[in-house]
Design a protein around this ligand. Structure first.
Ligand SMILES: NC(=O)c1ccc[n+]([C@@H]2O[C@H](COP(=O)([O-])OP(=O)(O)OC[C@H]3O[C@@H](n4cnc5c(N)ncnc54)[C@H](O)[C@@H]3O)[C@@H](O)[C@H]2O)c1
Length: 372
C-alpha cells in the first residue's frame, strides 16, 4: 500500500505523546537518511479548533475533530494512537479494519479482552502493529541485550526492576483520568508495562507472579466525592522460567522523575541501568584481579547503534524523544519487510497477560501463573 508513495501518517491525540510521535515522524527520514520522508496527512483531536491548531503546529496537512475521519482517510497508511488508555482498543481496531498499520501507545488496552480483540484485528488485517515501548530502543538497553546474549555476565539468575515517578505524588492534585478505573489498574499497566517490556526483550517472559497493590491516597479533590479507583503503587515478585525477580512500581514517589532502574544478575557478572541516566550502563565482571574489580560505567556512543545516526561524537547523549525516532524507524523497517526490534500486538499481549495476572494475584492474595 505504501510502496509507491511516501507513507502517509495519521495521528490521534496531540498531548504529551502525540507531540512526541509527531516529532518522530518529522525526524525519522533526516535522522536515518535511508527512508523516504513520511507525509504527515491528518490528525484528530477532541475538537476541530484544537485539531486545526495542532495540525499547523506539528506539520500535518489537515486536522479533524472526529478521529474516525483520520482512520478513514485514504491518504493515511499508518495511524499513531496517542490518546488516553481507554481509547486504544476502539481506535486501533477501527484503524486496522480500515487497512491501516497501527502505532499505539502503551498500555495496549485497559482489559485483557480488549487487548485480545486488538491482536485478533491485527492478525485479520495483516498490517504492522507496534506499541510505544520506547525504552527498548535506547542504545544503552540494546547494548545490555547484546551483552547478555554474548554471555558476558554468564547465566542470568536474578533480575530486579524498579520504576518510580512523582506525577501522582501530590495528594492535593485533582482527580483525573489516571485515578479512574477506566484507565486501568494504575501503576501496573499505566507504568509497569515499561519495565516489563524491557524484561521481555532482555531476559524471558514472566511465568508466575505474586503482587500487592497500594493506594497512597484514597481520595483526591474535584472527584465529586468519588474515591480514587487506581493503585499508584505495586510490589511484585515473579518467576521468569528459572529466573527469580522483583518489580517495584511507584508513580507517587516524590523526587523520582523517570526512574527505570534495571539490575540483571548473572553467574559471572551484573548489568545495571537507570533511565534517569539513559546514556550509560554499568557492567561488573567477576573475573580478573579481585583488587581491581568494580562496576564500570559505559557511556553510549557511536559504537552503540543507532546512536551514530543522531550524533557523530560519543558520550554527548540522546534524549527521550530520540527513542521515539528510533521506534518510528523500526516500524518503517517492519513495514518494508525487514527485521525490526519492536513489541508488536503479538508480543504486547504477553506483557498484558503478565499485568492482568499481577492484578489477579493482588485480588486473590496468591501466586498466579501467567496464561498464554
Ligand atoms: N511511551 C511513553 O513513554 C508514554 C509516556 C506518556 C504517556 N504514554 C501513553 O500515551 C497515551 C497518551 O498519554 P499523554 O500523556 O500523551 O496524554 P495527554 O492527556 O497529554 O494527551 C492525550 C490527548 O488525546 C486527546 N484526546 C482525548 N480524547 C480524544 C478523542 N476522543 N479523539 C481525539 N483526541 C482525543 C486529548 O485532547 C489530548 O491531546 C496514554 O496511553 C499514555 O499511557 C506513553
Amino acid at each position: 500500500m505504501a510502496g509507491e508513495r511516501n507513507i502517509g501518517v495519521g495521528l490521534i491525540g496531540t498531548g504529551y505523546m502525540g507531540k512526541c510521535h509527531a516529532l518522530a515522524w518529522n525526524a525519522v527520514a533526516p535522522t536515518f537518511g535511508d527512508v523516504a520522508r513520511p507525509r504527515l496527512v491528518h490528525l484528530g483531536e477532541a475538537n476541530a479548533a484544537l485539531a486545526g491548531q495542532k495540525a499547523a503546529e506539528l506539520g500535518f496537512a489537515r486536522g479533524s475533530g472526529d478521529w474516525r475521519r483520520v482512520v478513514e482517510d485514504p491518504e493515511v497508511d499508518i495511524v499513531s494512537i496517542t490518546t488516553p488508555n481507554a481509547f486504544h482498543a476502539e481506535m486501533a481496531i477501527a484503524a486496522l479494519e480500515a487497512g491501516k498499520h497501527v502505532w499505539c501507545e502503551k498500555p495496549m488496552a485497559t482489559s485483557l479482552a480488549d487487548a485480545e480483540a486488538m491482536l485478533a484485528a491485527a492478525r485479520k488485517a495483516g498490517r504492522v502493529t507496534a506499541l510505544g515501548y520506547n525504552y527498548i530502543q535506547n542504545p544503552a538497553t540494546r547494548h545490555m541485550k547484546a551483552l547478555i546474549a554474548e554471555g558476558v555476565i554468564g547465566t542470568v539468575n536474578h533480575v530486579r526492576f524498579e520504576m518510580d515517578e512523582d506525577f501522582m505524588a501530590d495528594g492535593t492534585a485533582p482527580f483525573g483520568w489516571k485515578s479512574m478505573a477506566a484507565s486501568g489498574y494504575g501503576a501496573l499497566d499505566d507504568f509497569g508495562v515499561h519495565p516489563l517490556s524491557l524484561l521481555s526483550v532482555l531476559v524471558v517472559p514472566i511465568t508466575e507472579v505474586i503482587a500487592d497493590l497500594a493506594k497512597p491516597y484514597e481520595m483526591r479533590p474535584a472527584s465529586g466525592g468519588k474515591a480514587v479507583e487506581t493503585h499508584d503503587i505495586a510490589n511484585v515478585l515473579f518467576r521468569a522460567g528459572t529466573i527469580s525477580g522483583s518489580l517495584l512500581l511507584n508513580r507517587s514517589a516524590w523526587g523520582r522523575k523517570g526512574r527505570i532502574a534495571v539490575q540483571v544478575f548473572g553467574s559471572e557478572g551484573t548489568l545495571a541501568y537507570d533511565q534517569e541516566r539513559m546514556n550509560e550502563l554499568q557492567l561488573y565482571e567477576a573475573r580478573g584481579t579481585a583488587a581491581n574489580q568494580g562496576f564500570r560505567t559505559i557511556l553510549t556512543g557511536t559504537v552503540h547503534p543507532p546512536y551514530d545516526k543522531f550524533i557523530p561524537a560519543p558520550g554527548h547523549g540522546l534524549g527521550f524523544n530520540d527513542l521515539k525516532v528510533i521506534e518510528a524507524r523500526e516500524i518503517l523497517k517492519r513495514i518494508a519487510g525487514e527485521p525490526a526490534h519492536l513489541i508488536d500486538f503479538e508480543a504486547g499481549l504477553a506483557v498484558e497477560r503478565a499485568v492482568h495476572a499481577m492484578a489477579r494475584s493482588h485480588a486473590e492474595k496468591a501466586w498466579v501463573r501467567v496464561g498464554s
